[in-house]
Structure formats: structure tokens, C-alpha cells
Write a protein that binds this ligand. Structure first.
Ligand SMILES: Cc1cc2nc3c(=O)[nH]c(=O)nc-3n(C[C@H](O)[C@H](O)[C@H](O)COP(=O)(O)OP(=O)(O)OC[C@H]3O[C@@H](n4cnc5c(N)ncnc54)[C@H](O)[C@@H]3O)c2cc1C
Length: 384
């Protein structure tokens, strides 16, 4: 079969594939490049609800479903409401995002969206070759966002937790929610020896997305998440409601070095590239930032495996996951100490990997003596 050659090929047109396609379309430097994007699905539904914190104006402000200026953190002993300024917490639903970028792709001469299934990606000298259900393609620069979990789950060196959840979009009979405030984490629920919390995103007084979420190793039966939501709503006096939509997710949380699979002609991106923040599961903004850096990097024409995403925060995340895996029943206490002893905005900056080393030491010092011992023990095990 004849191969078709492109300057760039993007495998997978989900969040990271489309963010990259969009960034390449927006930069006139890439106008003369021939680009192919391969996606097996139509991608025309709300299969994802992405939330992130960001200063305004942001690139997706025109597409947002809702923004919040305040947030709440709650554990058994702590309840803090805080202003997010200078950030806003933003919600983007995937359908509008997909549609907007698909329209841009349709209007572009140099980027083709091919609906096909990628069957194999393999290196062929200086090229990477993609076999698909609709032909064979190759390029010296391939970006892959198709996540293959096999290598991640086959190893034991790096802990793998999951951020897993079921969410209901509900409508209540009477006003129940404060639409100005997002419930970032509510740990004040039975922990069942794990790290469990509710995440509540109110759209108005009667509408909210309510998600029962865990950071743990194993998934639950679907009924357990759903009972978790119903029980939680009951404790808030909400029994009369209608479920308008449902979503569920299972996001890997790991510091596994996905970049080991990158080659001069292949770069893994998005979750497949390890761009999910290991300690939280947040991926969207991280990917957006990495895509911005990647677009500048591409202008240097360097081999793709020289693109760096590793920094000291990866090591902090690794220690955090070591501790959270071993003491999964203590997640609530760990987050409680962090929020009790630090300004919430410092925590958001820390999660954005924008704090100074001194601030990071201060965050570490907010943990209890016992908790610090767990981190030090994890550190010793990793270093020696
Ligand atoms: C329900 C849900 C909610 C989430 N909410 C948030 C959030 O609030 N904030 C946040 O930061 N992160 C969130 N995440 C995590 C993360 O942002 C998303 O998973 C994000 O979509 C990851 O982007 P990606 O490009 O790596 O993967 P995807 O968006 O999954 O893209 C991969 C694409 O590859 C395609 N594909 C797969 N196999 C093939 C094949 N063989 N051939 C061709 N195409 C293929 C898929 O159809 C898909 O479109 C959420 C995840 C889920 C599941």
C-alpha cells in the first residue's frame, strides 16, 4: 500500500490532539506545513467536562459553561470559603470545544482531519509510520495522544492511583446551591479507608454537577458512586431532584516516565505523554501549557525526544503518590493540613508548579509530625 507523507501527524483528536492542532493553525509559522490529524470518533458530544483555574482573559473564555470566583474546601474539622482571585475556576464542556476546533480545521487548507482508527505506530528510520484503517501515513514528526495503559500497569516502580468518579448533572425542585462558589473538595463523608470526596459545581441555585470522587487504586461498582452521591445530597436536605445527565471518569495518577517512549520522530502528548498532573488528575491546563511550549520547540527543528516536561514537581508528586498509596485512608487529613496551614492560592500556585522552593518547604512543614515522617520515609526509599 502506498504511504502518504506529512510534515506533522497527530494521532487522536481529543483534548491534547485538538489543542495542538489549534495551536499549529493559529501560528503562521506552520502555514506551509502539511498536517494530518487522525481520530476514530466523531467527537461531537459532551464526553468530557474540563475544569481548570486560570487568570482571565483566557483562550477559551468565549466557550465556557460557567466560571466561579470563590471556592470551598471542607473536611471533618475544617470549612474554608475563599476567593480565587486572581484566578477564576472555569468549566468548559467538550462539545463546544470540539465543534470550534473542527470548524477551524474545515476552513484550513493545510490540516486534514481523517476519521480512521490507528492500528499501529512504529518507527521506521527517521520516520514514524502510522497504519490505520484507511491507509498508511508517515512523518518525521508524529504526536501521539492515544493512551496505552499496558506499560503503566505492567510495572511496579511507580505507584499508580486513579482519580475515578461518577458525576450527575442534577436539577433540584427548590433553590439549593450557591452558584458563586465551587465546592472544590468536600471530604466530610465516610472515607471507607480510602481518599473520597465530593466535588460540586453549581450552575445556578437549582442546577449542579455533583461528583463522587476517589483517589485510590481500584474502581468501585457503579452503584457505590451513585449511593455516595444520593447519601451526600440527603445530608444536604436534597431529596427532590432530577438527573439530567451523567458522566464518569477514570484518570491515571502516576509519575511513570511516559517520555521514555518518545523518539526523535515520535512525541507522546496528553495523558499518553504523562501530561496529567499526577497528584490531582488535572490535565487540561497542563496540556494547554505544554502545547504552547511545544509549538515554540518545533520551530527549533530539534528531535522530538528533546522536548522536556520533567521538573522537581514530578518528584514531589511521586512522593505524594507513594504516601497516598500506602496511607490511602489519610488523604483527607493530608489535604486538610495543606488547606488549614497555607493560603489556598499558594496551593493552587503549587499545583500549577509556580511556587518557589521556600514556599514548597513551607507547604511540607504544614503536615503533622507523623505525615512528615511518611514523606521522609518515601524520600529515603526513592533516593537510596
Ligand atoms: C469525564 C472526564 C472528565 C475530566 N475532567 C477533567 C477536568 O475537569 N480537568 C482536567 O484537567 N482534566 C479532566 N479530565 C482528564 C483529561 O483532561 C481528559 O481525559 C483529556 O481528555 C485528556 O486528553 P487526551 O488528549 O490525553 O486524551 P483524549 O481527550 O481521550 O483524546 C484521545 C483521543 O484519541 C482517540 N483514539 C483512541 N484510540 C484511537 C485509535 N486507535 N485511533 C484513532 N483515535 C483514537 C480517542 O477517541 C480520543 O478522542 C477528565 C477526564 C474525563 C474522562
Amino acid at each position: 500500500m502506498e504511504k502518504q507523507v506529512f510534515d506533522y501527524i497527530i494521532c487522536g483528536g481529543g483534548a491534547s490532539g485538538l489543542l495542538l492542532a489549534n495551536a499549529l493553525l493559529e501560528d503562521p509559522h506552520f502555514k506551509a506545513k502539511k498536517i494530518l490529524l487522525i481520530e476514530k470518533e466523531d467527537k461531537n458530544s459532551n464526553d468530557r467536562t474540563w475544569c481548570f483555574w486560570e487568570k482571565s482573559p483566557g483562550n477559551f473564555d468565549g466557550l465556557l459553561k460557567k466560571t466561579w470566583a470563590s471556592a470551598t474546601f471542607k473536611s471533618e474539622e475544617l470549612h474554608i470559603d475563599f476567593k480565587l482571585e486572581p484566578y477564576q475556576y472555569k468549566m468548559l464542556r467538550s462539545k463546544l470545544f470540539y465543534t470550534k476546533i473542527h470548524l477551524k480545521i474545515e476552513a484550513a487548507q493545510h490540516l486534514t482531519l481523517l476519521k480512521a482508527e490507528v492500528l499501529e505506530i512504529k518507527e521506521d528510520g527517521a520516520f514514524t509510520q502510522i497504519s490505520t484503517s484507511k491507509g498508511i501515513f508517515e512523518s518525521q514528526k508524529v504526536f501521539n495522544s492515544i493512551f496505552n495503559p499496558n506499560a503503566l500497569y505492567a510495572q511496579k516502580k511507580y505507584p499508580v492511583l486513579k482519580q475515578h468518579f461518577v458525576g450527575w448533572f442534577i436539577k433540584t425542585k427548590t433553590p439549593q446551591f450557591d452558584p458563586e462558589k465551587v465546592f472544590f473538595m468536600d471530604f466530610d463523608i465516610p472515607q471507607e479507608q480510602q481518599t473520597r470526596f465530593l466535588y460540586v459545581l453549581p450552575f445556578d441555585e437549582k442546577h449542579a454537577l455533583v461528583e463522587y470522587t476517589l483517589f485510590s487504586e481500584e474502581l468501585l461498582e457503579k452503584e457505590e458512586y451513585e449511593t455516595g452521591i444520593t447519601d451526600y445530597l440527603k445530608t444536604k436536605g436534597i431529596t427532590n431532584f432530577k438527573i439530567e445527565e451523567k458522566e464518569q471518569g477514570n484518570i491515571p495518577m502516576s509519575c511513570f516516565p511516559f517520555e521514555q517512549f518518545n523518539t526523535p520522530s515520535l512525541l507522546n502528548i496528553g495523558t499518553a505523554g504523562g501530561w496529567t498532573k499526577a497528584s490531582t488528575g488535572f490535565t487540561f491546563m497542563n496540556t494547554h501549557r505544554n502545547v504552547d511550549r511545544l509549538v515554540s520547540f518545533l520551530k527549533s527543528e530539534k528531535p522530538l525526544n528533546q522536548f522536556q516536561t520533567k521538573n522537581r514537581f514530578r518528584f514531589y508528586d511521586l512522593l505524594f503518590l507513594d504516601v497516598l498509596l500506602k496511607y490511602n485512608d489519610q488523604g483527607s487529613n493530608l489535604f486538610h493540613r495543606m488547606f488549614a496551614k497555607n493560603k489556598p492560592l499558594t496551593i493552587f500556585r503549587f499545583l500549577d508548579e509556580k511556587t518557589s522552593f521556600m514556599e514548597e518547604l513551607k507547604i511540607l512543614s504544614s503536615f503533622s509530625f507523623n505525615q512528615i515522617r511518611w514523606f521522609l520515609s518515601a524520600l529515603v526509599k526513592r533516593v537510596f
